[in-house]
Write a new protein. Structure first.
Length: 77
């Protein structure tokens, strides 16, 4: 559970400082957090990931989000 908290805080910090955002062709931006949390829960529920390195957990979560159709793109001003 500790890893979940650390990853969530890390994502929020990166999102606030980043010039990129996750976009989906058919879903509104506000659904990203729900999708991300679902993916994160799936990754952390896998016993082989419970003692994992935070970077690898983050990478696996991002791959899950990408499989759901989300793409990281530069923000448009």
């Amino acid at each position: 559970m500790h890893v979940l908290i650390v990853l969530s805080i890390w994502i929020l910090l990166i999102a606030g400082c980043s010039s990129a955002e996750w976009v989906h062709p058919t879903k509104p931006q506000d659904e990203f957090t729900q999708e991300y949390n679902k993916c994160q829960g799936q990754i952390l529920a896998d016993p082989k990931n419970q003692q994992g390195i935070n970077y690898l957990l983050l990478e696996a979560t991002e791959q899950c989000v990408k499989k759901r159709g989300w793409v990281l793109r530069e923000k448009r001003d």
